[in-house]
Design a protein around this ligand. Structure first.
Ligand code: TXE
Length: 481
């Protein structure tokens, strides 16, 4: 049985309490690892190690920090196959997806920020009397990084890379449901020669290690990705301590298909935006709105493709949809399919357990991708984040109606718009209440752009120089001449 220990000050160590949690393979329901169930004492030790490493790390030249992070990126790449298969094992996602998205993105995260810090600029504000104001951007100290289970290594490195590249040391708390790639990353960080204490990883539950980190007085900054409800708790704990906080929370994203869209492309693009990673991506377009003129034809083609998706063994390279993260989550997602029926919706396909799974997968958490129509936009199924392979389809008659339906949500993370009319695309994009709008695409990510949500989808923006701004403090120096 694998043992996942904390990584503090460059050493692997068990939690002070000796307590552990079971890590379960979602594909089979079997326990695959025993992980540290850390609490305040462990977080204190990790924060102390980070604080000890900080004075030297902040003085380390940007060139040297860059070199070390590039080495870490190379090591992640050299261990590509192992990391992809660990991610699939731990999360239940298809290994093909981990190979296509998760691991390559982890490599890019390190390379992107390792090189970005070599190209920073700062502002100077000269005054009429000749005095000069210039802005220093300086690291804050110990960054607290809390990441979820859906894109474990991808989102963990999205936080670690800019935090340490800009001169902070960090204490990261990965999700207790998916600790394996974080643990491997700790080994690789040591191998890359990242000095002890610069990257610390504490495993355990949100209520224990997560809250201890969020409320730690020596951690001036928290970057959190996870559920909206948890985000409220993080904000409530961090607020009175005046921490800098960035929250990437849930989504209930609209996917709007206009009658003049390239229908085949819109259908093909709507399949991954609905079901990639079992629908467990905060950016998934879980509410599809289709112009009535093409509604029937869109639905026919979309259902046809959905039914052809291969649900099953995440380690099989041919699998499109793997297992949901946990039994509790499967119950939650299935509960929404039942609720959709109660709310008067029609489940056009899926929503049940796939037939014909091999014996080995009997205990796993599988759900056939579900397409639901006939729901009111104000009902719970169309308002609450389901975070599974469940999508709703709703007709609309005008751009104004599409925008009103799309914006009729407390979330505002991302949106997709499919149309050949460029003017309409711009107008609709400007009117949508969401942090990202994709036109004729989904999940096309440029790491330089601001990324984050409006409304209940979060606070703050990360990505590119927004990340480097977040992980540094601006200091104005005024020189009287
Ligand atoms: O996430 P949590 P959960 C959504 C999705 C999902 C729901 C709950 O709808 O069904 O959130 O998922 C740590 N203080 N998303 O419960 O709890 C936790 O240990 C500090 C959307 O798994 O938000 C983990 O490391 N930390 C999302 C991380 O927070 C706490 C991705 C996220 O866990 C904590 C995941 C606390 N009080 C779920 N409680 C996205 N936007 O991508 C938990 N944690």
């Amino acid at each position: 049985m694998r043992r996942v220990l904390n990584f503090i000050g460059g050493e692997f160590c068990p939690p002070a309490s000796g307590k552990t949690l079971a890590d379960v393979d979602p594909a089979t329901g079997e326990v695959i690892a025993e992980i540290a169930d850390s609490d305040r004492e462990d977080v204190d030790a990790a924060v102390s190690a980070a604080a000890r490493a900080f004075p030297s790390w902040r003085r380390t030249s940007a060139e040297e920090r860059s070199k070390l992070l590039m080495r870490l990126a190379d090591l992640v790449e050299e261990n590509f196959d192992e990391l992809a298969s660990l991610e699939s094992l731990d999360n239940g996602k298809p290994v093909s997806l981990a190979r296509r998205i998760d691991v390559p993105r982890a490599v890019r995260n390190f390379r992107f920020f390792a090189t970005a810090i070599l190209h920073t600029e700062t502002k100077c504000h000269p005054m009429d009397d000749g005095s000069l104001n210039y802005t220093l951007r300086q690291p804050l100290g110990v960054a607290g990084l809390i990441s979820p289970w859906n894109l474990p290594l991808y989102l963990l490195t999205w936080k670690i890379a800019p935090a340490v590249a800009s001169g902070n040391c960090c204490v990261a708390k990965p999700s207790e449901l998916t600790p394996l790639t974080a643990n491997r990353l700790a080994e690789l960080a040591r191998e890359a020669g990242i000095p002890p204490g610069v990257i610390n990883i504490v495993h355990g539950r949100g209520a224990g290690a997560g809250r201890a980190l969020t409320s730690h007085p020596e951690v001036p900054l928290i970057s959190f990705t996870g559920g909206t409800q948890t985000g409220k708790d993080v904000m409530a704990l961090a607020g009175p301590l005046f921490k800098k906080v960035s929250l990437e929370l849930g989504g209930k994203n609209p996917n709007i298909v206009f009658g003049d869209a390239d229908l085949e492309e819109a259908v093909a693009g709507s399949i991954p935006s609905s079901f990639a990673n079992q629908g467990e991506i905060c950016l998934c377009g879980s509410r599809i709105f289709v112009e009535r003129t093409i509604y029937d034809e869109f639905l026919r083609r979309f259902l046809d493709r959905t039914k052809r998706l291969k649900v099953g063994d995440p380690q099989d390279p041919a699998t499109d949809v793997g297992a949901l993260i946990s039994e509790a989550h499967l119950e939650k997602v299935s509960g929404y399919v039942a609720l959709a029926r109660q709310e008067g919706g029609e489940v056009l396909c899926g929503g049940g357990r796939p037939a014909g799974l091999p014996d080995r997968l009997r205990g796993g958490y599988y759900l056939e991708p579900a397409v639901i129509s006939g729901l009111a936009c104000s009902g719970r199924v169309m308002q609450e984040e389901i975070f599974g392979p469940v999508v709703t389809v709703t007709p609309f008659d005008s751009p104004e109606e599409a925008v009103a339906q799309a914006n009729g949500s407390r979330y505002g993370l991302s949106a997709s718009v499919w149309t050949r009319d460029l003017g309409k695309a711009h107008r609709v994009a400007a009117a949508l209440e969401s942090g990202t709008v994709w036109v004729n695409t989904w999940l096309t990510r440029d790491l330089r752009v601001p990324f984050g949500g409006m409304k209940d989808s979060g606070v703050g923006r990360e990505g590119g120089f927004d990340s480097l701004d977040f992980f540094t403090e601006a200091k104005n120096v005024c020189v009287k001449l």
